[in-house]
Design a protein around this ligand. Structure first.
Ligand SMILES: Nc1ncnc2c1ncn2[C@@H]1O[C@H](COP(=O)(O)OP(=O)(O)OP(=O)(O)O)[C@@H](O)[C@H]1O
Length: 243
C-alpha cells in the first residue's frame, strides 16, 4: 500500500512537550476502509496521535498525508470538515439543539434546509432514534443517545474518514456493549476509514481490523487482533492483551 492509495500515512511523526517526545517517530499507514485501533494505557500518546490527523495538534516533525496530500497544505478548518470526529460523551454543543448539532458541518458546506432535513431523517433512522430528540438539548438525552447523536453529527456530511476518541468511554457497561454492537453492524461505517482510540482491549479486539498497541509514544506491535493475542511481540503486549 503506497502513499497515494492509503487513506492515512504517517511518516516519522514526532510531538514533544517540554522536551519529552509524547509521540516518538511514529510511522503508520492506514489503508482506506480500515478500522485501526490505537490501544494503550493513559498517557501513551493515543489522543495526541489522533489529534494530529485533523490538525487539532500540529506535529513537530515528520509528515502526515491523507489520500496522498500533506495535511499541512490544507487549512485546518477545511481539513476538519472532511474528517468526522467523535469524542467521549459526544462533545455536542450544549446550547444547540440536537438538530442543530447534527447540522454543524453540512451548514458550513452550504447545504439547504431540504437536503439537511432529508439527511437528518436518514441518520435518525440509521441510529434508531425518534424524531422527538431533534428539538432537545444534549443534557436532555441519555448518555447512549448523546453518543448516537455524536456519531450522527460525525456522519452527517458522509466523510470518508472518522476519528473516534474513547467514543464509548462515558457509557455504563451494558449501554457500552449495546452501542458497540450497533456500531459494528452499521453499514454506513463499514466503508469508512476509522481511527479509534481506546484503552479497552475488548473494545479494540471487537472493533479493530488492526490494533496498534502503543507505549511511551511508540507502537509496540501493529497487526490484526488475533496476531497480538496469539503472537505477542513482547511481554508488554502479552500482558496488555491479557487484561
Ligand atoms: N498540551 C500538553 N502539554 C503538555 N503535555 C501534554 C499536553 N497534551 C498531552 N500531554 C502529555 O502527553 C502525553 C500523551 O498524552 P495523550 O493525551 O496523547 O495520551 P493518551 O494515550 O491519549 O492518554 P489518555 O487515554 O489518558 O487520554 C501525556 O503524558 C500527557 O500528559
Amino acid at each position: 500500500m503506497n502513499d497515494a492509495t492509503s487513506a492515512i500515512c504517517l511518516t516519522n511523526v514526532t510531538k514533544r512537550y517540554h522536551d519529552r517526545a509524547v509521540v516518538d517517530n511514529l510511522t503508520l499507514t492506514i489503508p482506506a476502509g480500515e478500522t485501526l485501533v490505537l490501544l494503550g494505557t493513559s498517557g501513551c500518546g493515543k489522543t495526541t496521535t489522533l489529534k494530529m490527523l485533523n490538525r487539532l495538534i500540529d506535529a513537530d516533525s515528520g509528515t502526515i498525508a491523507i489520500n496522498g496530500v500533506d495535511i499541512r497544505q490544507q487549512e485546518p478548518h477545511l481539513l476538519r470538515r472532511s474528517i468526522g470526529y467523535v469524542i467521549q460523551d459526544a462533545g455536542l454543543f450544549p446550547h444547540y439543539t440536537v438538530a442543530d448539532n447534527i447540522a454543524v458541518v453540512p451548514r458550513l458546506l452550504g447545504w439547504d434546509d431540504g437536503r439537511m432535513k432529508q439527511r437528518t431523517q436518514e441518520l435518525l433512522a440509521m441510529l434508531r432514534l425518534p424524531d422527538s430528540v431533534l428539538l432537545r438539548f444534549p443534557d436532555q438525552l441519555s448518555g447512549g443517545q448523546r453518543q448516537r447523536i455524536g456519531l450522527a453529527r460525525a456522519l452527517a456530511a458522509d466523510p470518508p474518514i472518522i476519528l473516534m476518541d474513547e467514543p464509548f468511554g462515558a457509557l455504563d457497561p451494558i449501554t457500552r456493549a449495546a452501542i458497540r454492537r450497533e456500531f459494528r453492524e452499521l453499514e454506513a461505517l463499514q466503508q469508512k476509514t476509522i481511527v479509534l482510540v481506546t484503552h479497552d482491549v475488548r473494545e479494540a479486539v471487537n472493533l479493530g481490523d488492526r490494533i496498534a498497541l502503543m507505549d511511551a509514544g511508540r507502537i509496540v506491535q501493529l497487526g490484526p487482533p488475533s496476531e497480538l493475542s496469539d503472537q505477542p511481540a513482547t511481554d508488554f503486549v502479552k500482558e496488555y492483551m491479557a487484561l
